[in-house]
Design a protein around this ligand. Sequence first.
Ligand SMILES: Nc1nc2c(ncn2[C@@H]2O[C@H](COP(=O)(O)OP(=O)(O)OP(=O)(O)O)[C@@H](O)[C@H]2O)c(=O)[nH]1
Ligand SMILES: [Mg+2]
Length: 447
Amino acid sequence: MLDKLGESLKDSLRKLLKISLVDKKLVDELTSDIKKSLISGDVNLELATKITESIKKRALEEKPKSGLTHREHVINIVYEELVKLLGAEPGKFEIKEKPTRILLVGLFGSGKTTTAAKLAKLFKKQGQKVCLVQTDTWRPAAYEQLKQLSEKINIPFYGIKDEKDPVKIVQKFEPDYSRFNVVIFDSAGRDALSAELTTEIKKLNQAVKPHEKLLVMSGDIGQAAKAQAKAFKENIGVTGVIITKLDGTAKGGGAISACAETGARVKFIGVGEHIDDFEDYEPKRFVSRLLGLGDLQTLLQKAEESMKKEDAEALAKKFIKAEFTFDDLMKQMEALQKMGPLSQIMSMIPGASMAKIPPELMQVQEGKLKTWKFIIQSMTKQERDNPDLIEGSRIRRIAKGSGKPESEVRDLVKQYNQMKKMMKMMGNQKQMQKLQKMLGGKMPMGL
Ligand SMILES: Nc1nc2c(ncn2[C@@H]2O[C@H](COP(=O)(O)OP(=O)(O)OP(=O)(O)O)[C@@H](O)[C@H]2O)c(=O)[nH]1
Ligand SMILES: [Mg+2]
């Protein structure tokens, strides 16, 4: 998501990590890089200038907090300013009243109907009783589209095929709504917020009496999101925004920053065409992912599910210190396997996404793991604890014992050494570790 914006921001920070002395020239270079990244991410020039000026000023004038190097201090400032730019508050969404009525509005093709289904599934997962109501009487296939989606996710659907008046649809099913905790109304779009669309939504608004009016906008409209959010807010009042299609576009930075600027709260983001490609919008988490700082809390949560917490923490520490043995490697590999694809896991480890990780390490196959297990089981305790011992005759013995070719044993030793080197590299990024500690309270991180 927002890959391009994230990559160029990461590149800027990578440069900073390589340099030991932070001086005015470096800060100038860094802020100019960040500004370029933001503009390529479609953040407007004025806003991009404002934030980079503020980063520059703070980086040069503010004293680093205790325990932080100047470099770490600057990274923290970049992080804080980006969070401000992309909306300081998370778009929390609570179901307070029952039923909570949600009306989705937006222009043609912004993703309303898809989002209606995504939202419904999300609430259902939270244990809420949800139904979907189709009030789009404009697009000929709208009825079928939402009906099919609701069948796919097994959620009650209301709609009247061929009815032309959306208000009649809302009224017809009024007695049913009280059976649900959440009622989601899809509505019709137009090319622009025309008088026709405004009138229609106003009428719908009166009939539905929604608790939440959510404006659905496509992320690829970039800065145009600002004018759109403003127009919808003024004309019909919106309580929040959902930005869709944030997968594979660099322009999402534009749409999100534009919303933050107008005070429109982004509540959810759509990150793909599938029903599960939907997330709560949490600016801090979003920015830490953009910067490649990782999301350690999510990682730890997953780790906890697959192994005991103490084990997970001890292993993670060993892992980062590159002190792990073959036994640890095996444990880690097994745990990682339970947690999901390695590449996804690595993107959540702070610093890991900064270190360029060899792709072959990301593709450890299950079959390979089994082979490794046999090989490790054929090692003596001494060899497992001290992998440097493994050479020549030991390799031959281990190969024989495990029934695997010597090349496999060598391969495992090679992978181990590579991994160790990589972990050392990450571990040595002391600034990253300290940063995690410092941000412990503020960012979803905490080893
Ligand atoms: N890649 C991607 N595609 C999306 C996302 N959300 C919606 N789409 C696609 O965008 C297209 C339009 O989505 P709809 O949900 O029909 O949009 P709509 O706002 O209901 O459109 P109208 O009913 O014509 O006003 C569809 O092809 C969706 O699959 C998203 O988050 N990512
Ligand atoms: Mg639609």
